[in-house]
Design a protein around this ligand. Structure first.
Ligand code: FDA
Length: 395
């Protein structure tokens, strides 16, 4: 790793994150002169903190169906040519052991640093300049002229791998979008995704006291549903099911929460009633939900009396309400905590085989800066690896 760099390269990669470092591996393999530039002091900081420090580096079931993009076919070619199995093989060859946590999500057994060490080892043919600012980018029709930390550098190929806008505190800047615009490439709307949803004060009145309570739920936004854990927090709702639907939710839309997707609430209440009809309604709900949540739900639904006071019809109405609770978020926690940025460089402007801009020879966009956004569960890193491989092999 160097902080100094030469004045001319075959390829310069902007961003020493997941996609940038992985692209350097392929770009430098042929003996080309490659420089990776990042303003951060350390490479791949998001890899370091990802997956709670154990990096959910891919998903066994990754396919284009797990990605959101204005063109749902765009990711297919890259994902097919560098698959999750290719990345898993690479990890194995570096002695990285892993496990499936849930739903095909693969995590390191040890720390995420093992993935960073592997990326750096694989990119050893490239120069890596950290703590380096990107001051200016210009193209004369043939060569790119960059000013990096005040120094002029030229390159034939320029790869933009500067990620999205999420977590500015970690160095996210959105510079990739500015470079795309500078070269006339269209952008799709960007918004925080994989992010907790926030609620108005009257909803928070009952949500906040439940802070820390988690349960399996099915959450639906705009027709897309996810069956995963839901977590009540002091700001609203979080947990995997909420993060997943946040990518589909739009301002003003409701979300529908099925609080018991795997258990028939009516059947459970009826059974509780036959067992002991003198129990109060919140105690009956307590056979299905954590006690605190059962009490809150009984209060919210205005349930009084005991189970025996409730006819089948009344129990059905209660069950229906809890299998499809409509809530209206007022917003999200924003880029401060969002795991990714939805939207980005319009895929219409790029080749799906190489990630090269159709209108500017030698200019490439890879990783999160592109309008390809994965679900929660290792998909976003797989897109970083696959798009980086497509580009790096083509250069
Ligand atoms: P990435 O953000 O990794 O890299 C971009 C690089 O560009 C950074 O190093 C940055 O410093 C640099 N840069 C930006 N602006 C610059 C500028 N102006 N000048 C110079 N350099 C600049 N995904 C997943 O699949 N599994 C997981 O477990 C997780 N976990 C996770 C946790 C948290 C907290 C977050 C925030 C995100 C995740 N993700 C994830 C998402 C994943 O981290 C993300 O999709 C990839 O890191 C994207 O890779 P890129 O290389 O495109 O951008």
């Amino acid at each position: 790793m160097i902080q100094s760099f030469a004045s001319s390269y075959d390829t310069i990669i902007l961003g020493a994150g997941a996609a940038g470092l992985f692209c350097a591996k392929f770009a430098a393999q042929t003996g080309a002169k490659v420089l990776v530039v990042d303003h951060a002091k350390r490479a791949a900081d998001k890899v370091r903190i990802s997956g709670g420090g154990r990096c959910n580096f891919t998903n066994m079931y990754a396919s284009s169906d797990n990605f959101i993009s204005a063109n749902k076919h765009f990711s297919k070619s890259a994902l097919a040519r560098y698959t999750q199995w290719d990345f898993i093989d690479l990890c194995v060859s570096h002695g990285i052991t892993y496990h499936e946590k849930t739903l095909g999500q693969l995590f390191c057994d040890g720390k995420s640093q093992a993935i960073i060490d592997m990326l750096l080892a694989e990119a050893r043919g490239a120069d890596i300049a950290l703590g380096t600012t990107i001051d200016a980018v210009r193209h004369d029709g043939d060569t790119f002229h960059l000013t990096l930390s005040g120094r002029a550098v030229t390159t034939r190929n320029l790869v933009v791998a500067t990620g999205g806008k999420s977590i500015p505190k970690m160095g996210a800047t959105g510079i990739g979008y500015q470079i795309a615009e500078q070269f006339g490439l269209a952008l799709t709307d960007t918004r925080p995704a994989l992010v907790p949803l926030t609620f108005a004060p009257q909803e928070l009145e009952w949500i906040t006291p439940l802070s820390g309570t988690a349960l399996d739920a099915r959450v639906t936004a705009n027709g897309t549903a996810f069956d995963e854990a839901l977590l009540f927090t002091h700001r609203g709702l979080s947990g995997p099911s909420i993060l997943q639907v946040s990518s589909y939710w739009r301002d003003g839309d409701p979300i529908t929460v099925n609080l018991s997707p795997n258990r028939d609430i009516f059947g459970a209440l009826k059974a509780a009633r036959s067992e002991n009809g003198r129990r109060q309604m919140h105690t009956g709900l307590g056979t299905i939900f954590p006690t605190k949540l059962a009490n809150t739900l009984a209060e919210r639904l205005g349930l009084s009396g005991n189970l025996a006071d409730h006819s089948d019809k009344a129990l059905t109405a209660i069950a229906d309400a809890l299998h499809a609770m409509e809530l209206r978020p007022v917003g999200s926690e924003g880029y401060r905590t969002a795991e990714v940025t939805l939207g980005g460089v319009d895929t219409d402007a790029l080749s799906s085989a190489t990630m090269e801009a159709k209108a500017v020879r030698g200019l490439y966009f890879i990783g999160e800066v592109v309008d390809v956004t994965g679900w929660l569960g290792g998909y976003n890193f797989q897109w970083a690896w696959s798009s980086a491989a497509a580009c790096g092999r083509a250069i």
